[in-house]
Design a protein around this ligand. Structure first.
Ligand code: NDP
Length: 295
């Protein structure tokens, strides 16, 4: 029997811990932490993600604000907003919700964020700090959430073979680096796979821990997974579904109906990695706040 790694439950636990800590600081007369988000355009999924981040921030006692811009906003205008947020002492950290409209250069925007407020951990400086193990680094939220989840479920990682499928800057690459760190929460031997990997199934079948971030619905099937593997499904997709009131259902990058029974631990979709991603953002914001006030 496999065990579900319940991201929702773990996220509630961590939120409780964060809320407690924030209450302590406020009781000492400090202002609460403040997380801001920039949202450009009217993409439905992005709006939902930002609304969830705002709700979670409020739940742990943070102040939260959202700066909304239309899809035809110019890059220069966004850079001015970022400059304003970088210099606003009332804001501890902020994110730019991705993806941005095509006419905007995402890297230009991301790298304009002050490293001290980069709570998504996406800037080149944050990435560099993370790679060399600088303690000031904000870890990218999704990989950090994965590590948190594995730790809370006491998954043995030391010496294990972790296969990461996907090499994006926000998930695959940093997840692989985190799992390979010289740390008691990591110390895995890591293999990174991508769209040019030959004999993918042969490699994924060697994984003690399989982290999947491909962006293709139900791509990983039972023949690609070793018996007893720990499976982390990062993918999330809205599949049109007339039987649902919302008009869609959610699924991951893994065909859970056939894969789960072969695993020891599995993250569900939804309710697995997603809630932990938001919690990591809150943890990073609290870290930025503590760095600001030398707490
Ligand atoms: P990207 O599209 O940026 O990256 C996908 C990666 O998968 C690429 O490295 C690509 O390889 C690789 N890939 C694509 N097809 C194959 C294939 N056939 N075989 C092997 N590798 C393949 O996606 P993201 O990393 O941004 O996101 C991945 C998934 O995770 C998405 O479903 C996304 O929605 C979800 N997500 C969920 C989050 C959460 O909080 N739950 C947060 C962030 C993302 P190559 O580099 O060669 O193109």
């Amino acid at each position: 029997m496999f065990q579900i790694m319940d991201g929702k439950a773990v996220s509630l636990q961590i939120k409780d811990e964060l809320a407690n800590e924030v209450r302590g600081y406020v009781a000492r007369g400090l202002r609460p932490p403040h997380l801001a988000a920039i949202l450009v355009g009217d993409d439905g999924a992005s709006q939902t993600y930002v609304a969830n981040k705002e709700k979670s921030a409020h739940e742990v006692g943070f102040v939260s604000s959202v700066y909304r811009y239309s899809a035809n906003t110019e890059e220069e205008e966004l850079l001015r907003v970022i400059d304003f947020l970088n210099n606003d002492d009332e804001i501890d950290g902020f994110i730019v919700q991705l993806p941005l409209p095509k006419h905007i250069n995402e890297q230009n925007i991301i790298n304009a964020i002050s490293p001290a407020k980069d709570v998504d951990g996406f800037t080149a400086i944050s990435t560099g700090r993370f790679v060399i193990g600088d303690e000031r680094a904000f870890l990218p939220a999704t990989p950090m959430g994965i590590v948190n989840l594995l730790q809370r479920y006491k998954i043995e990682t030391d010496g294990k073979h972790c296969v990461v499928v996907g090499r994006s800057n926000i998930v695959g690459k940093p997840a692989a680096l985190l799992m390979a760190r010289n740390s008691k929460e990591a110390n895995c031997t890591v293999t990174i796979c991508h769209s040019h990997t030959a004999n993918l199934a042969e490699i994924t079948r060697q994984a003690d821990i399989l982290i999947v971030a491909i962006g293709k619905p139900e791509f990983i099937t039972a023949d690609m997974v070793k018996e007893g593997a720990v499976l982390v499904d990062v993918g999330i997709h809205r599949i049109p579904d007339e039987t649902k009131k919302s008009g869609f259902h959610l699924c991951g990058d893994v065909k859970h109906s056939e894969v789960d029974e072969h695993c020891s631990y599995v993250t569900p979709v939804p309710g697995g990695v997603g809630p932990l991603t938001i919690v990591s953002l809150l943890q990073n914001t609290l870290k930025a706040y503590k760095q600001r006030f030398n707490l």
